[in-house]
Design a protein. Sequence first.
Length: 294
Amino acid sequence: MSQIMINAVCKPSKQERAKKSKGNYKHERFQRRRQFLQSKGFLKDKQNQWKKKKNKNNKYNGNYKAKPSAVFSQFTCNLPSTSIELTQKPTSSLPSFASSSQSDQTQRPVPGSYKYVALDCEMVGSGPKGCQSELGRCSVVSYDGDVIYDKFIKPCNPVTDFRTRWSGIKYKDLVNATPFNVARKEILKILAGKVVVGHAIRNDFKVLMYFHPREQTRDTSEIPLLNKKGGFPENQNISLKKLTKTILNKDIQKGKCGHSSVEDARATMELYKVVESDWEQTLASQTVGQSNEK
């Protein structure tokens, strides 16, 4: 039986023909409009401008991505004038951190800005006839008189004179005492950054082998206001015992058992507090005068 092949051609429906003819009509209309614009020269000029701009921005890499610097410059040029002014460097009229830090260094600490402590040390003697003073006990009290540190300290050299009548230290007190090198580190850690009050405190610093900043040191033996309050000559060094009795009406260092470094430190702090406000104002005015002279 022979095979019969039938080629059936399906004609599109009326809707499809209408849709297709409508699409062709739009395309033809677009082509005619494009040719008209080209003949007038409008479309040609725009294309050339776009090509020139694109080539100008893509010289450095040959691709169609704009150069970052060019894009940034275009963006910044379009910003308002106020936003550009914010990126400028500060003028000399604005405050600088360097000038403020220099002025702060010349100012003396204001009362209350530092923690105040009072220091008192008791010495023993070493060497021939105990002529060399060494640290045997150290006490540090707070602004309110609370004991922060109080230890017997064993000197580096053998003790030849305990000076018990003044120091109150005996042989048994130093048998298991804290070694000097250990105690010194503990004490200096407490004194760091604090205003240290003491009576003839240079002697205490000497046995500690330490120098405390002068602007953070208050020596009650060198405060003329205290001498004036007690009725003593302003330039004379009065003993702690006399100042305490005259100004505070308290008796310290009584008997023959020696001094108590805790008692002496508390008395020193109480004396300082009597003239604290006036003395700090005097120091502040002296600092201002010195800075003006410079």
